[in-house]
Design a protein around this ligand. Structure first.
Ligand code: AMP
Length: 386
């Protein structure tokens, strides 16, 4: 029997794919079909999938795992994409109008081309559905949630789940340094996914208890182009004062804010280089960015009651030693320390970079595709992978 797992990440104009070999989940091959719907690219997701399958020769995967952005309250873990589940993903389109439709197109394409191959949905929101109501609800009139689904769903869940698990496993090994390693159930982590989008999660024993993204990925940390937390009255103020429509404000907050809004640049490498050259605007942008992260670390330490570990991941979290320094150095009162030399090390492996404080500081390169493969394989094989 085949043991390959095909992971698909369908965007509006691209189809990313990765092939894994289970159960070790080693990455066999990967690729991306781009320019979907453009004159030079394939017209549909079905055509894109056809070109992926022809590239893969006669490989017939044991299961296809789909990255799906929004699973609402329905999906709390990986789900077999039967008729009911597909209808539910469709029903959730209003919560992710740009993201769920391409996933549905990908699912339909697989159903057509790979008859009888089971398909599993892995949702960006699922890991956060363990949040207590007190974390998931906004202080709004009840009808806002009841009639319009306005509550906190979170995002980046697959990444937070992956890095919190790997961090727990890492700290249990001897190179975790602890003379008597605690069990996974005991670790209180704050995980920081810092990429172009940024989010924090409070994770107790592998279970998410709070996260910084909310109804949409706009809430929380300062990001590449998103503002993160904001007084909601700023929206109506801008509508009245600058004469912007609801759509225009939405564009400003999602695409023209964050680091880009503050200093004209959303690539952290560029912002860091400018700050190092004495550019005050870039330096202030980084201060605002890192201060917001510290605010969440403190808030989540209070929610968790104890901070055992801080986990950095994604493009910025894995690569930007200077950002980690700016975040960690002022957090000594929370047991956070930094080994300056270890912080500078570049590696694709999980590593520990603290100087022996009560909170371990780790860098764990994220691997959302492998996590999707693990969960998809686990579901069809009946393993407890979620
Ligand atoms: P991601 O969304 O995880 O792909 O992360 C993308 C972000 O990572 C970009 O905004 C880059 O600025 C940032 N990034 C990638 N490499 C580095 C690096 N060496 N130093 C600082 N930031 C980086």
């Amino acid at each position: 029997m085949t043991t390959t797992v095909l992971v698909l990440n369908a965007g509006s104009s691209s189809l990313k794919w990765m092939l894994f070999d289970a159960p070790a989940l080693s990455r066999l091959r990967s690729g991306m079909v781009e320019r979907l719907g453009e004159p030079t690219g394939p017209g549909t997701h079905a055509e894109a999938l056809a070109s992926v399958l022809s590239e893969l020769g006669n490989v017939r995967p044991a299961v296809v795992g789909h990255r799906i952005v929004h699973g609402g309250r329905t999906f709390t873990g990986p789900a077999l994409l039967d008729e009911y589940a597909v209808a539910e993903v469709q029903r959730l389109v209003p919560l992710a109008p740009l993201h769920n439709p391409p996933a549905l197109a990908g699912i339909a394409a697989v159903a057509e081309r790979l008859l009888h191959v089971p398909q599993v949905g892995v949702f960006d929101t699922a890991f956060h559905q363990t949040m207590p109501e007190a974390a998931a609800r906004y202080a709004l009139p009840l009808w806002c949630e009841r009639d319009h689904g306005v509550r906190r769903y979170g995002a980046h869940g697959t990444s937070h789940q992956y890095v919190s698990r790997v961090a727990g496993e890492f700290l249990q090994r001897t190179d975790g340094r602890d003379p008597e390693p605690r069990r996974r159930e005991d670790w209180n982590f704050v995980t920081l996914h810092l990429g172009n989008g940024c989010s924090a999660a409070a994770v107790r024993g592998g279970v998410c208890v709070d996260t910084s993204m909310g109804l949409t990925p706009l809430e929380g940390l300062v990001m590449g182009t998103r503002c993160g937390d904001l007084d909601p009255a700023a929206v109506t103020h801008l509508q009245r004062s600058a004469g912007l429509s609801a759509e225009e404000v939405n564009r400003v907050l999602n695409r023209e804010s964050g680091l880009k809004g503050l200093c004209g640049e959303n690539d952290v490498r560029r912002v860091l280089a400018r700050a190092a050259d004495g550019d005050a605007e870039a330096d202030l942008a980084l201060d605002i960015y890192c201060r917001r992260i510290r605010k969440y670390v403190g808030a989540y330490a209070a929610i968790l009651g104890r901070l055992d570990g801080l986990v950095f991941t994604a493009g910025v979290g894995e690569n930007a030693a200077e950002i980690r320094r700016r975040v960690c150095e002022p957090l000594g009162g929370f047991g956070v320390t930094l080994d300056a030399a270890a912080n500078e090390v570049r590696s694709k492996e999980p590593r520990r970079i603290d100087a022996g404080g009560s909170a371990a500081v780790l860098v764990v390169p994220t691997d959302e595709e492998q996590e999707i493969a693990r969960q998809a394989w686990g579901l069809v094989r009946g393993d407890d992978a979620a």
